[in-house]
Structure formats: structure tokens, C-alpha cells
Design a protein around this ligand. Structure first.
Ligand SMILES: Nc1nc2c(ncn2[C@@H]2O[C@H](COP(=O)(O)OP(=O)(O)OP(=O)(O)O)[C@@H](O)[C@H]2O)c(=O)[nH]1
Ligand SMILES: [Mg+2]
Length: 198
């Protein structure tokens, strides 16, 4: 599969606003500032399709992008941004959990984790939900260009071991929005989940 077209469709603040046409969805999940929008832009070979924030924690909507007029990418609101009030944080958590739990057309989640750091508690809580709700996911280790090449294999191995215990984990892929590293692997795995044998 090649990503030939991508367009912004809508930003939803609640689940009632989500598309009802049944097209498959791939959702991108990760803490605020981990690189979700940059990854979506890179996959789509676009400079500014998904809004990249200079102001972390700003993406509050579920942003829908129609890909190849065939399926959706969903940029989920980033979690874990410290300066967001507790009440707002818990309502985001509920929105994300409701979405994961109820969205039957959700075919794959790309869970983003910073390649240089240990996954956060919230990252592990999210993949726990994914396993619990039986949603296949793949882990993208973002900003891999910031890791010295010599350290890369050890970091990737550690992450693979960490996620190996999750039944729904399909793969762990180092990724860089700067260099495009990992893009081909991500597109290949996404294609396996959204196309019907094409
Ligand atoms: N070096 C490097 N920087 C990156 C990479 N991906 C993202 N960044 C930078 O990290 C910052 C956050 O990136 P975003 O793509 O806006 O992150 P996000 O997860 O969408 O953030 P929110 O929408 O606030 O949740 C930006 O300054 C990006 O330029 C990468 O692969 N390499
Ligand atoms: Mg974003």
C-alpha cells in the first residue's frame, strides 16, 4: 500500500460526532508532545496535515483524516501533560477509553512512546486497556533520530521485551519523523489491518 491521498475531515469533541460510514480506523495514541502529529504527517508525506503543536497538550479533539478515500487516521488527544487541570485530564481519559472500548471499526492503534525514555505509567495503562479491549496495537518508538546509533539496538530490544507480554502487541518499530526511519514498516503493518487483501 502507498498513501496517495490524505485530507482532514473533522475534529470531534465527543463520540456522537464521529463518522458513521463504518470505514476502518487507525488511531494514534501517546502522551502529549511524543510526536503523534509529526508521525501522521510523515506517513502521509505532508508538511502540515496534522497540526503540530508548539503548545503541548493543545490537541483536545479526536482529529479524523481520510486516507486514500478508504480508511481514517485518528489523531487522539495527547495525555499526561502536567499543566492541564485534573478535571480536564480525567474527562480526556474517559473520552479516550470510551472511544477504545466502543469503536468497532477501530482496526489498529499505533501507541507512541519516546525512544529515549522508559514508557510512562500512563503509556502502560493505555496498552493495558488495548489488551483488555482486544485491540491490536503496534508501538512506535518516536524521535529515534535523537538516539545515538550505537544505543539503538539495546533500546529497541528493551522495548520489545517490555511489550512482549501484551497479547495484542504486533510489533515495536523505531521511528523518526525527521529521517523517515520506520515509515515503510509502519505503512506495511497498517496496510495489513485496513485493507481487505489488497
Ligand atoms: N527530532 C525529532 N523531533 C520530533 C520528531 N517527532 C516530533 N518531533 C518534535 O516534537 C514536538 C512535538 O511533536 P508533535 O508531533 O506536535 O507531538 P504530538 O504528540 O502531536 O503533541 P500534542 O498534539 O500536543 O499531543 C515538535 O517540536 C516536533 O517537531 C522526530 O521524529 N524527531
Ligand atoms: Mg498533535
Amino acid at each position: 500500500m502507498r498513501i496517495r491521498s490524505s485530507e482532514f475531515v473533522l475534529g470531534a469533541v465527543n463520540l456522537r460526532q464521529l463518522p458513521r460510514n463504518g470505514m476502518k480506523e487507525v488511531a494514534f495514541l501517546g502522551r502529549s508532545n511524543v510526536g503523534k502529529s509529526s508521525l501522521i504527517n510523515k506517513l502521509c508525506s505532508r508538511k502540515s496535515l496534522a497540526r503540530q503543536s508548539s503548545d503541548p497538550g493543545k490537541t483536545r479533539e479526536l482529529n479524523y483524516y481520510l486516507i486514500n478515500k478508504e480508511f481514517y487516521f485518528v489523531d487522539l488527544p495527547g495525555y499526561g501533560y502536567a499543566r492541564v487541570p485534573e478535571q480536564v485530564r480525567s474527562s480526556w481519559g474517559k473520552l479516550i477509553e470510551q472511544y477504545l472500548k466502543s469503536r468497532t471499526q477501530l482496526s489498529l492503534v499505533v501507541q507512541l512512546v519516546d525512544a529515549r525514555h522508559e514508557p510512562t505509567e500512563l503509556d502502560m495503562l493505555m496498552v493495558g486497556w488495548l489488551d483488555y479491549y482486544a485491540i491490536p496495537f503496534l508501538v512506535a518508538l518516536t524521535k529515534a533520530d535523537k538516539l545515538p546509533v550505537s544505543k539503538m539496538p539495546r533500546y529497541v530490544d528493551t522495548a520489545r521485551e517490555r511489550f512482549a507480554g501484551f497479547e495484542q502487541c504486533r510489533d515495536v518499530v523505531p521511528f523518526s519523523a525527521l529521517t523517515g526511519k520506520g515509515k515503510a514498516d509502519l505503512v506495511r503493518i497498517i496496510a495489513q489491518h485496513v485493507t481487505n487483501g489488497k
